[in-house]
Write a protein that binds this ligand. Structure first.
Ligand code: B1M
Length: 220
């Protein structure tokens, strides 16, 4: 199993989508759960790519190739994850997207997949999402939670501005707004007045469950 994880990590570092797909299929056949394949196999590859990029040992095209390999692997693993949530009644509606100016999508998509797998109806607006689109979709669906992802220290500011837009539109009190992404800290969450943040996709599910449970209790 360790050898499979090591090969997965290397497929991402090499930016090898076909290899990544084969390894994802092999993992499922070996009985590795999709979440373990992601967390213990493929994500460590992305972490290494980020480190090598920061040290100028890898460059933008390499990072892009690695992202393609990661997306190819997710194409095999995500349907498996989502299947778990399909039969359940909706546990709540979540509108999700990456902040304006930011095109990082892998982590945000994984958060959406795990929420879906846990019975939430997720509407993923994609990347580089204008504030107004978060508001419009929330209104249209009567969403319970809005999730704003940001991977860049510059686009993190967009999370604050999404909250400000909801305030201006008079919608802030009717929805929980959560934020996440590698640079996001507890201090930032407190500073911008978000309802919570999660370091990874598994804790994002726990956070959303917790927020909605508390909201139900306080509305009883
Ligand atoms: Co970019 N990039 N990138 N990049 N990239 C980072 C983020 C960086 C840390 C790399 C580095 O320097 N070490 C750095 C940011 C530095 C900073 O601001 N502090 C960086 C940079 C600089 C850039 C560019 C500016 C480079 C350039 O053009 N010169 C550029 C910006 C483009 C833009 O957005 N406008 C850029 C571009 C790209 C690619 C397009 C090549 C590609 C993205 C492709 C894609 O998504 N389709 C890319 C990639 C792949 C990365 C790294 C290597 C990997 C990101 C990733 O997918 N991780 C990244 C380095 C790193 O993070 N180690 C890097 C795997 C993913 C599963 O984890 O996204 O962290 P993550 O998501 C996690 C958690 O954060 C959390 O849960 C997820 C799952 O566990 N989470 C949430 C995420 N969103 C959440 C939302 C929630 C809750 C939890 O609630 C709403």
């Amino acid at each position: 199993m360790q050898a499979t994880y090591a090969a997965m990590r290397q497929a991402i570092v090499d930016g090898a989508p076909e290899n990544a797909v084969d390894l994802a299929k092999q993992a499922l056949a070996e009985g590795i759960t999709p979440l373990d394949a992601i967390d213990l196999g493929f994500v460590p590859g992305m972490t290494e790519v980020g480190e090598q990029y920061a040290q100028h040992k890898m460059f933008l095209p390499d990072m892009l190739a690695s992202a393609e390999a990661m997306k190819a692997a997710m194409g095999v693993l995500e349907p498996e994850l989502k299947r778990q949530g399909e039969a359940r009644p909706s546990a709540g509606t979540v509108v999700l997207g990456t902040a304006k100016g930011d095109i990082h999508e892998i982590g945000k998509t994984l958060v959406g997949t795990l929420l879906t797998a846990n019975g939430f109806s997720v509407h993923d607006l994609g990347v580089d999402v204008p504030n107004e689109q978060f508001v419009a979709k929330t209104r249209e669906l009567g969403a319970d939670v809005v999730g704003v992802s940001a991977l860049l220290t510059t686009t993190m500011r967009g999370q604050r501005s999404v909250i400000e837009t909801f305030e201006r539109e008079g919608l802030r009190s009717s929805v929980c707004i959560i934020v996440g992404g590698a640079p996001v800290t507890r201090q930032w969450v407190d500073e911008i007045g978000a309802d919570g943040f999660a370091k990874d996709a598994v804790s994002a599910v726990a956070l959303v469950k917790n927020l909605l449970e508390h909201r139900l209790v306080s509305h009883r």
